[in-house]
Design a protein around this ligand. Sequence first.
Ligand SMILES: [Mn+2]
Length: 323
Amino acid sequence: MSRKYEELYQAIKSSSNIMIVPHKYPDGDALGSSLAIYIALKRMGKNVWLISHTPIPSKYAFLSENYTFLPLELVPSDLDLIIGVDCADKERLNLSDDYLKRAKKVVNIDHHVTNDQFGSINIIQPVAATGEIVVDIFDDFGFEIDKDIATCLYTAIATDTGNFMYSNTTQNSFEKTARLFNTGFEFVDIARRLFLEKSLAQTRLIGLAISKMEMFQDEKIALITVMKDDMTQVGAKEGDCETLVNIAVDVETVQVAIFIREITKSFFKVSFRSKGDVDVAKASQVYGGGGHKNAAGCAVNGDFETVKQNVISLVKDMFFKSE
Ligand SMILES: [Mn+2]
């Protein structure tokens, strides 16, 4: 056992009351990894509270069918251990210094290289998903990984690697996932839920949005817009917009996809996706937004036509000026 793992093992062993905290606005990795730890600690006979600062996205509701993510207020104050999961920094852990002082120790399990080491025990490994670290820890500790835990950890790794298609995917991602298969977890069913299934409203919204998609710059720029009326027409909810910009960037000629969503008549959310070296984070920064090279976003004020023209001009000038 490595020194870090030994420290964690001892901390768990000597604790009775443990709180597990995924980052706010939790994704599949944060939810799957924290739920896996919750199940394992419960089985050890610990008193465990699993919290979430913000609602669980409906896509992941199946994970918590038999478990509840509590609001922070329902956790008793005498904690021995707080375990932050998939939180790149203290801000994402979202607990005040006073709150953290309630616990004897704070554990920080995460995979972001930028992690600010907020814990008293920091287990940070630069892998694709926190789920990969959890598989490693459980195997090292000799904790049994059964169907339920495997479902959680597969969800964690598969979602953070974009179904094993993002550039962060490594041999380790596959190995840690492959290791889960001897549990007989419902792989096909879970994969379908995570990567194929959509609500009817979402499916209709995709149809509507694609029918209105506009192309610019020899079909290298695609623009998809969704107005409030479109959402109402198909009965879509906010989360139903998620995949639209990815559909646009998957058009083979497209290098930059832009997605504009009307929030109010004079306020719009804009998402960018790109392929290869086109760094759309630069475009979102012009409007005070952020993101990564191939996926970024920002919010823009103005009337729709002005916002649309400005965003398209920005992308043309920034990435296609020489053409
Ligand atoms: Mn993650």
